[in-house]
Structures are given as C-alpha cells and as structure tokens.
Design a protein around this ligand. Structure first.
Ligand code: EPU
Length: 417
C-alpha cells in the first residue's frame, strides 16, 4: 500500500533543520564510480528512493555496493554488465547517466530510452549527439540506445540547449578519451561543478566547470577517492519557502547559501528577512507576503525545481504575480491541485498568473512529480483544515524524511500507511 502524508495547516515553522546531501549531485557522483577500479567512498549521501535505484543499478552492472548510514562505498572493479534496463530507467530518468561512463570504461552500453515523464518530453538527443561526436556509434533498437566505441576521442561539442545531465554524461565520457574535449554552452549548476570536482580528485583534467565552457584533457585512467556530497539547494529552498509561508522563524543548517543566490534574492523581495553565514541560512517572515514575478532559468537563474513551491507562496501573497516556466513544457501539474485548495491561478502556455488569496483550504491531493508533491505539502502547511497528500512515492524519491523535518519545526504532519 502507498503511504500518504497528513498535514494540519496553521502552525508557524520555528527552529532548526539540517539540510541533507543533494540528490542531483549524488546521482552522477555515485555513477562516476564506474570510471575507476577500487573502493570509492561517498559521505553525506541522502537516504532517498532515487539513491536506492542508483545503487541497485550499479550493483546490477557488477559493482560492489556497501551502504552504512549516509556513507556509501562502491567498487566497480568487477564491472561486467553494460545494460540499464527499462524497469530502472522508467523509475528514474537519471539512470541514463551510466551511458557515458559505460562507453568510456567498457566500450559499450545498452540503456533504455527514458521516454517522456509528467513534466515534459525530456529527450536525450543531446547526450547521444555528444557521444557520437566523441566517436561512439549509436543505434536505437527496441526502445534501447546501443552505443559502442573503441577509446573515445576528444571533440568540440556545442549544446543547443543547456542540459544538466547531458553535460554530466559527456563530462564522464570525455575524462578518459584520447585528447581534448570542449563542452560549449555547458550547464553551470553546482551539481555539475560537484561532479567535476569529484572527477578531478579521481585524476581527471577538467577546467572551466561552473562556466559555460568546460575543457577536458583525457587521461588514461582514474583512481578511487573519498568525497562528501554537497548540500541539497532545492531542499534548502523548499524549507525556506515553508518558513516564509507560515510566517515562521527557521535556521537551516549544513546548507550552501552560495548555491541559492537567485532564490535568496527573490525571497527577500517577498518581504522575508534572510541572513546567511558560510553554511547556514536564517529566515524569518511576518505580515504580508509581497508578490514577485519569477522566470525559471538554468543556473545561476531561478531553478525550475523550485517553481512549484514558489507558486504556493505566491498563491497567498498580496497582489498578482507572473511565473514563467522556461525549462520544461509541462511543469504545471501542481496547478490544478492548488486550485482545488482555493488558489487563484491561470495558466496560458508556459506562463502562470497567480492572484493571491487570503487563505487556502485543505483537500485530498496528489501529484505525479517530485517538486509538485513538495508544493502540496507546503500548501497543506498553510491551508485551513487537514490536507491529505497521496502518492508520497514521488516525495520519497527526492526529500529525505520530509515529514519528520517539518514536524521537527513544529508542523502538525504525519505519514500514514
Ligand atoms: N533537453 C533536450 N535534449 C537533451 C537533453 C535535454 O531537449 O538531450 C531539454 C529538456 O527536455 C529540457 C531542457 O533541455 O527542456 C533541460 O533539461 P536538462 O537536461 O537540463 O534536465 P535533466 O538533466 O534531465 C536535471 C535535474 C532535474 C532538473 C533539470 C533542470 C538531475 C538528475 N535532474 O534534469 O531535476 O529539473 O536538470 O534543472 O539532475 C528534480 O530533481 O526534481 C528534477 C527534475
């Protein structure tokens, strides 16, 4: 049976919450273990469904995986399989990240094409075009990508669209290629930088990660390492918005304020007080929330992964705000549920017009996307009455102990079976 989360609205969030390691940094970094023989040790790994899917995939490929609390050890010396099957890729699109490392290490990979998902079509054409430029031959057969190559050769690759996992996949393919690869219009997300830092620790030669031009000089082999996963900036932003929504006073610990520039800037304009130290953020809010227009952009812009949560904040703000989603074509699946909770939102194409209402009211809701589900929890925290969020499966993919963390801040929230 599926769990659900029950939230009774009305409590102000108060106190301290510890931020977990970043899902979207941990996924490519765990997968980068495929590039070296020997035991890699990863710390601050969040306990999430997507992480379990990843370690299961790596184990299927022949890696030895050992999980001890938030420490994960992976040794891919015994890498024997080269296939990521439909079952796993369907559950977690990020499984396509094994493509680059498998081709680099084994000279072949067979990975199920992910297909669309709730938030859009999400093709991987740019991953494949880049791998082909590095010398892999690519065939699409029976719903699978089959890639094969001898040693990959460095190439100059331009991304038509900024793609996070595309940049990561090609970075992992290129680290042991012969010669120099240049990735242009590369993603600048902190998770891309975290992966590059990990690969450099392993002995790779990478420059420019965090800018839109990444240069990779191929090396002959990589070594195992020990590294810590960076804090989750989306979890951080979600709790910041929870604090503001409930006019609370929250300290976020073990986070990385430098990765949240656009978010902090926009949340300050809603009227919240936000202070930062090296690895903590202090948020407090009183009185009305001001409306602010937001457009999602690749990093360092405002993240698409925070759009749904921000919409909840705007739905109880003074005045009207315009939200533009420029990354995914269909990332408004939370809108109809928020309307059922009393929000006043109109969507036209990729633009949502959100007119603040004085109160949301509780309802039974569900969503088919991780961040949309998080937005429904936030809505439940301020709604009048008791909200029931179904299909918690999506939340468990990407938020560690979300109900315990909110309960720790004084919310009336619990998981029921
Ligand atoms: N795109 C293409 N062709 C490609 C690749 C991407 O057209 O070959 C398009 C996509 O369809 C989309 C845009 O480019 O319209 C950007 O997508 P991107 O490739 O950057 O997304 P992703 O790498 O699949 C990662 C995160 C997402 C996050 C996006 C955008 C991981 C594992 N996932 O996805 O995270 O929304 O970047 O920042 O890093 C989440 O955590 O809830 C989540 C969905």
């Amino acid at each position: 049976m599926m769990d659900k989360i029950i939230v009774k609205g009305g409590n102000s969030l108060k106190g301290e919450v510890r931020i977990s390691g970043a899902k979207n940094a941990a996924l490519p970094i765990l997968i980068s273990s495929l590039l070296a023989e020997g035991v890699n040790t990863y710390t601050n790994v969040p306990d999430l469904m997507d992480i379990h899917s990843t370690t299961m995939l790596l184990a299927k490929l022949g890696a030895r995986v050992d999980i001890d609390g938030d420490t994960v050890r992976i040794d891919a010396a015994g890498l024997i399989e080269h296939e990521a099957a439909y079952d796993l890729v369907r559950k977690m699109r990020a499984s396509v990240l094994v493509l680059g490392p498998l081709v680099a290490r084994l000279g072949k990979a067979r990975v199920s094409l992910p297909g669309g998902c709730a938030i859009g079509a999400r093709p991987i054409n740019l991953h494949l075009k880049g791998l082909a430029a590095l010398g892999a031959s690519i065939e699409l057969k029976h719903g699978y990508v089959e890639a094969s190559a001898g040693r990959l050769k460095g190439a100059d690759i331009y991304f038509d669209i900024v793609t996070v996992t595309g940049t990561e996949n090609l970075m992992m393919a290129a680290v042991t290629a012969q010669g120099t690869t240049v990735l242009r219009n590369a993603a600048r997300e902190p998770e891309v930088v975290a992966l590059a830092d990990t690969l450099v620790k392993m002995g790779a030669d990478i420059e420019g990660a965090g800018t839109s031009i990444i240069t990779i000089n191929g090396v002959s082999s990589l070594n195992p390492i020990e590294t810590a996963i960076i804090p989750d900036r989306i979890e951080t932003g979600t709790f910041m918005m929870g604090a503001i929504l409930t006019r609370g006073k929250v300290t976020l610990l073990d986070c990385e304020p430098n990765h949240l520039g656009a978010t902090i800037n926009i949340l300050r304009r809603t009227g919240a007080d936000i202070d930062t130290t090296a690895n903590a953020i202090y948020v407090s809010a009183k009185g009305d929330v001001a409306s602010v227009d937001v457009k999602t952009q690749p990093y360092p812009g405002f993240p698409t992964d925070m759009q749904a949560q921000f919409m909840v904040l705007m739905s109880i703000a003074e005045g009207t705000s315009m939200i533009s989603e420029t990354i995914f074509e269909n990332r408004y699946i939370h809108v109809s549920e928020l309307i059922r909770m009393g929000a006043d939102i109109k969507v036209d194409g990729n633009i949502a017009i959100v007119k603040g209402v004085p109160h949301l009211s509780s309802a039974q809701v569900m969503a088919t996307d991780l961040r949309a589900s998080a937005s429904l929890i936030l809505a439940g925290l301020v709604a009048e009455g008791t909200t029931e969020v179904n299909r918690v499966y999506h939340l468990d993919r990407g938020y560690e102990s979300i109900e315990k963390k909110f309960a720790g801040l004084g919310a009336e929230i619990q998981r029921v079976r």
